[in-house]
Write a protein that binds this ligand. Structure first.
Ligand SMILES: [Zn+2]
Length: 372
């Protein structure tokens, strides 16, 4: 898994005397049958120029032998950055599909990974009971565990005879006190974790008692992030945890997409800080007023882009309507819109659910919530 920090480090790489190979390749089990991905890779290699090929021959060979040999560890797709001359090799195994691509350039090609960071949400999972807590992060269909908190000083509950009832009651209060302290500590640490990882959505899991205690003391700021609850065994493996939370995430994202599309359409119709359709969206992107871009998955539209000022439109023009410079034709203005959105730190949401996707397509396939 990678973080924004990792990508920013990659972005800094630039050697004047040589080039970097960037490979994006789907290697899902279907692709692995009859090694289809190897022939795909060979086809990508054919598309590069002879000069680039000669510069990066060693990298190409290294990547190919890697693809042939290390198949066991593959997930859905693979990303490799290689420059053997500088002893540089970075590889990510991803649980999502990517667009197959092979690029040879002075710097690593990172924008598809930045896109993934923008388009996929991170989820935090908090598995808690009266003494212990485990914390996970789920991102891009993968899970990572970030340690366990255990408070051994919570005394165990001992069953005693009826005559002890009074003392028992006091004893229970004592337990409550320890449990509360434990949960308070967990929440504090968890809050820091969420901030550090920039996680905005949460799933909680654990026995009823612990969860209701937790809800009593959890600050609103964290409570608002909770999107679901799962039933998970205290000592479940990472994989088991993932299996339990993925359906919850999927369900949540579906409902979220529906909500987003409806809100976008209603606000646009009411003229309330939202627009739909590529031309209007591009206009507000140019004004840097977009807060969130909403796009129907796989939607593409042809148009023209000014190389000088970045003006873009679906209209057939020969000169830029802003600066008069020459324009170039593009087969996908949506890509341009996404680029502009990322540049101005707007969120990008891709609508994948077919019903909602169709609905958005009726309104131009793309839209934006505006800042003001
Ligand atoms: Zn222009």
């Amino acid at each position: 898994m990678f973080d924004r920090k990792d990508l920013e480090e990659l972005e800094k790489i630039k050697w004047n005397d040589t080039l970097v190979v960037s490979l994006f390749l789907n290697v899902s089990p279907q692709e692995r049958k009859k090694q289809a991905y190897i022939s795909k890779f060979k086809n990508l290699v054919k598309s590069i120029t002879e000069e680039n090929y000669n510069t990066c021959k060693e990298d190409i060979e290294k990547i190919e032998s890697f693809l042939q040999s290390d198949r066991e560890s593959f997930k859905k797709s693979i990303v490799i950055y290689s420059c053997t001359k500088k002893d540089f090799w970075v590889r990510y195994d991803l649980n999502v599909e990517v667009k197959d691509n092979l690029i040879i350039d002075k710097t690593p090609f990172t924008s598809p990974l930045f896109d993934l960071l923008d388009n996929y949400q991170k989820y935090g999972v908090l598995l808690v009971d009266k003494r212990a807590a485990r914390v996970f992060q789920v991102f891009l269909g993968d899970i990572e565990e970030y340690g366990m908190v255990e408070h051994e000083d919570v005394p165990g509950k001992h069953k005693k005879g009826g005559w002890f009832a009074l003392a028992e009651k006091r004893y229970e209060r004592h337990i409550d006190y320890h449990v509360k302290n434990h949960l308070k500590d967990v929440i504090e640490r968890f809050g820091d974790f969420l901030k550090d990882k920039n996680i905005r959505r949460l799933i909680v899991a654990g026995p009823d008692e612990a969860i209701s205690e937790l809800m009593n003391i959890i600050p609103d700021e964290i409570k608002q992030k909770i999107v679901g609850r799962a039933n998970i065994e205290k000592y479940a493996s990472k994989e088991e945890v993932l299996q339990k939370v993925l359906p919850i995430i999927e369900e949540y994202e579906k409902s979220k997409e529906k909500e987003t599309v409806s809100e976008l359409i209603i606000k646009t119709l009411k003229n309330q800080s939202a627009v739909t359709g590529i031309d209007d969206t591009l206009k507000y992107l140019r004004d840097r007023r977009v807060m969130k871009l909403v796009i129907a998955k796989d939607y593409a539209v042809e148009g023209f882009i000014c190389e000088n000022c970045g003006f873009a439109t679906t209209q057939h023009i020969e000169c830029c309507m802003e600066c008069g410079n020459c324009v170039i034709k593009t087969d996908n203005l949506i890509e341009k819109a996404t680029e502009m959105a990322i540049e101005q730190s707007a969120l990008v949401e891709v609508v994948k659910e077919e019903k909602d996707r169709q609905r958005l397509l009726q309104y131009g396939g793309i839209g934006a919530f505006l800042r003001f």
